[in-house]
Ligand binder design. Sequence first.
Ligand SMILES: [Zn+2]
Length: 378
Amino acid sequence: MLRSMRASRIINALLTLILLLFSHSLAAQQQGVTLKTVVIDAGHGGKDPGAVSLDNKVKEKDVVLDIALTLGDKIKKAYPNINVIYTRKSDVYVELNERSNIANKNHADLFISIHCNSVPKKSKAPSGCETFIMGANKSASNMEVCKIENSVVLLEEDYSTKYQGYDPNDPESAIFFNLMQNAFFEQSLIFADLCQKNLRKSPIPTNRGIKQGGLLVLWRTTMPSVLVELGFITNASDRNVLGTKSKRGELASALFNAFEQFKNQYEGQIEVDLSSITIQEGSEYEEESNEAPATVSKPVNDAYYAVQIFAVSKNLKDGAAEFKGEKNIGRFSSGSLIKYTVGHYDTEAQANKQLPALQKKFKGAFVVKIEGGKIVKK
Ligand SMILES: [Zn+2]
């Protein structure tokens, strides 16, 4: 009796959680839904300068605050009815979980965390913008970005309890992120794609793609959320853009355009083909350094063959039990599903040769051709 009561209590709690997670995305699909609240998060602040330029003159905390405030002004001017909330409006330190608390408390429809990238002094810094959404770290460089952005919790008291034992210096401790399915994956992906598309027309035009990582600031948000890395403060050309007020305004404009397009999409005015959006797995600078990349990045326009093993809505990390020991996994977003492939073959014949063995593990496996980073129908 006691056991069944406890079980039903657990089931109730789970149902409530599921309802909470999905009510938001379901609501967005209903007619007449408008994007009412956006939370803009300028990274770092106060005692935490974030990344600093090589000449020590440009600090991430100042750059991102200016861009965040400019973006907010643009939104308020164009859409006076939209509630624009900042996690900070001045040079103050805000804990990471407080930033997501602000977004959750205010029932935000979108959370935008603004940052700039940097690489260690020894490495030659690349240029370009990239946008992160919550998910498993797919490569060493993604892991590195997350480590840097998450490491600010070391400045917080009692961070280990607050973030469930998370230790920024121990990548293994980020494993718990992989267990969580983000209910707002699709909308986050759509907004990330719009950020990247618009930033291509900005003063930092190099597109470094959409990436996934275990970012503490996005972890507990209950709405579509992204973390955008605007250029590399340690790259001379990006540093000059980030250090110039008018250029920062142009970066804010690019983000505003992405916001406006997202709003139209969110309110049901535009259909988005999710299968056209690719999540980047590797990145160029890890190849420049001598460290072996965790995942080999595939050239986007290179055609090849692979075996599709299944398509599920779940975001699975490398080494997941579902892959039954298979490595060299490819991921292709298609609607609400992610198609998973195995292998990378130059010819269809080579892929066909591997098919029978894979069909023993994965019943419905079949050979696909991949071109331009997408699965193309044969
Ligand atoms: Zn940062």
